[in-house]
Design a binder for this molecule. Sequence first.
Ligand code: NAD
Length: 240
Amino acid sequence: MVAFTGAGISEESGIPTYRDTNGLWTKYDPSKYASIDYFLQDPSYYWHFFREVRYPLLFESAQPNPGHLALADLERTGKLRCVITQNIDGLHQEAGSTRVIELHGNTRIIRCLECSKEFTAEKVYEMTETRIPPLCTDCGGLLKPAVVFFGEQLPQDAVHDAYAEAEACDLFLVVGSSLVVYPAAHIPVRAKECGARLVIINKEPTVMDTLADAVLNAKAGTTLPQIIATPAPQRNTPKT
Ligand code: NAD
């Protein structure tokens, strides 16, 4: 099995998703704070968002929930090869998953666009108390979170690994993703093309439900542990 996760799996850890009714995108304009073109034109918009949403603090206090832990258990028992995630919160790693392919980077790291010096999000949060946008303490360059913004390429190693896993797996399990963000959303399509069964667990319907072999409209944190706890059906049991 290969799992593919989105913001929905971290919702029960208290991290808001983008597209739910209470999602971040209802308050902030993604074409501004999540776009590389806009960021380079006016970086302060992103950093005001960063301060107001308190991103580093939100992530620091968030704990993996039973959904993350269930995927880590599946890896430990040898049933799950890896987690491909669109998330940028690092919660799969905290839950114990060792093979995590991050397609969109990780927001806990902030990098200087000039000299590549790295800062923790907590440190940069402190810096934004006195200056927005924050600047590199070594070279004065612009700082940017190590996440993929709209208009930027996905990390090629991660994309390569994700496709290789999708093409080779028997079962591709999508958890908590609206499946509308491309190019990541093409990966489940590729898995299906290559013969995998596609299972989607999401609180609400997704645009790929018709492609799936099974769809569960349910919360990840309650459903995943239940699925794991359910014994697999016995095959070839002789009838009495
Ligand atoms: P999305 O916000 O587009 O979709 C999330 C989906 O999860 C929704 O369809 C929603 O119905 C479902 N959902 C919400 N709560 C759920 C729950 N408890 N159980 C199961 N499903 C639930 O998110 P996306 O598809 O990941 O794509 C948006 C982008 O948002 C990604 O690129 C990702 O990098 C970024 N993002 C990440 C985080 C994070 O790292 N935690 C948070 C917000 C956004």
